[in-house]
Design a binder for this molecule. Structure first.
Ligand code: ZN
Length: 115
């Protein structure tokens, strides 16, 4: 017999966990699988831009398609004179999908990465 709360094992005859005050069960449910770490995600640069309006547009497209991405240098670009463009980094597995979504998108101050 097992306690479903603290997962202690009890001998036959016990019906309650002495620590938790809950009824024992004959078998424990398996522990939920470990959540996948985000470290497994590999990122690839989709494009870079100085234009914050572009960024908002790209974010809305990538969000709607559930593409995993992040914006590199976004903090710096909120300043008036940014020395670096914002780089849009997308999950490598979804890179082709993301590129297809943005293929008709012609940002004025952006360049699509060549590869
Ligand atoms: Zn217990």
């Amino acid at each position: 017999m097992f306690c479903p709360k603290c997962r202690s094992e009890y001998r036959e005859g016990f019906t309650e966990c002495a620590d938790c005050d809950v009824e024992l069960i004959p078998e424990l449910a398996p522990l939920p699988a470990e959540p996948k770490s985000v470290d497994y995600v590999q990122y690839q640069e989709l494009l870079s831009t100085y234009n914050l309006a572009d960024i908002a547009f790209i974010e809305s497209i990538l969000d709607s398609e559930k593409i995993i991405y992040f914006m590199q240098n976004e903090e710096f670009n909120t300043l008036t004179f940014s020395p670096q463009p914002v780089r849009v980094m997308v999950n490598t597995d979804q890179f082709d999908q993301a590129k297809k979504l943005l293929k008709d998108f012609q940002p004025q101050y952006s360049r699509l990465s060549s590869d």
